[in-house]
Write a protein that binds this ligand. Structure first.
Ligand code: G3P
Length: 216
């Protein structure tokens, strides 16, 4: 499973990229607002740190406007992936951009039928929002399962990018179902490395090693 980080925080992106386990970055208008940075500038900086896809979202709501914005954004770097909302105009834009060889991430997906439409539009990634789905009384993980089934039925190449991930159990469940990618906040990814028994085990081994008086 590919790991993307859902942030525009440069320090966090660098720290995770240094592990060699980071495959890409996703942003959205809220993440850019939180960063306090200029959209173009921070996106360019992120694209220079990570080789994989970096999602940059359009803010126009009409097809012509989305195409105009995508034209600006895709010039930033070769690894920019244009993010469009799951609307009729968004999917028209997706179809046009993927036809030109540009990566597209279709975002704000809350139903398997929406995911089916995105695949038909040739999306590179579909982003179903698990956490927000759960928050509204639905089962975000069931949504991932349904999309996996449908995409496998028709051998669609669109990658399932599980988004709005809130904790490690979401990551585990997505991996078991076979989501292609997951994007999570830095804290969730860093939390995956941790286990209380790993910490206690290291503590015990270090204490016993010190008693030997040896060094390597
Ligand atoms: O970037 C899309 C998605 O991951 C947002 O997550 O936590 O704002 O629901 P969240």
């Amino acid at each position: 499973m590919k790991f993307f980080v859902d942030t525009a925080d440069i320090a966090d992106i660098k720290e995770l990229a240094d592990t060699g386990l980071l495959d890409g970055v996703t942003t959205n208008p809220s993440i850019i607002a939180k960063s306090g940075r200029d959209f173009m500038e921070v996106t360019r900086e992120i694209c220079g740190i990570v080789d994989g896809p970096v999602s940059a979202e359009v803010v126009a709501l009409d097809h012509a406007g989305m195409m105009r914005e995508a034209e600006v954004l895709r010039k930033i770097a070769d690894n920019v992936c244009i993010k469009v909302p799951l609307t009729i105009d968004g999917l028209k834009t997706c179809k046009a951009l993927t036809g030109e060889g540009t990566m597209v991430n279709v975002t704000l997906c809350f139903s398997a039928n929406q995911a089916l439409l995105a695949a038909k539009a040739g999306a590179t990634f579909i982003s179903p929002f698990i956490g927000r789905h759960d928050d509204n009384g639905f089962d975000g993980i069931d949504l991932i399962s349904d999309i996996r089934l449908i995409y496998d039925n028709y051998a669609y190449e669109t990658q399932i990018l599980a988004a709005s991930i809130r904790h490690g159990v979401h990551v585990l469940q997505c991996a078991k179902i076979g989501a292609d990618v997951m994007t999570a906040p830095p804290a969730v990814i860093k939390g995956l490395f941790k286990h209380i028994l790993t910490d206690k085990g290291i503590e015990g081994f270090m204490a016993d090693w010190a008693k030997t008086g040896q060094s390597i």
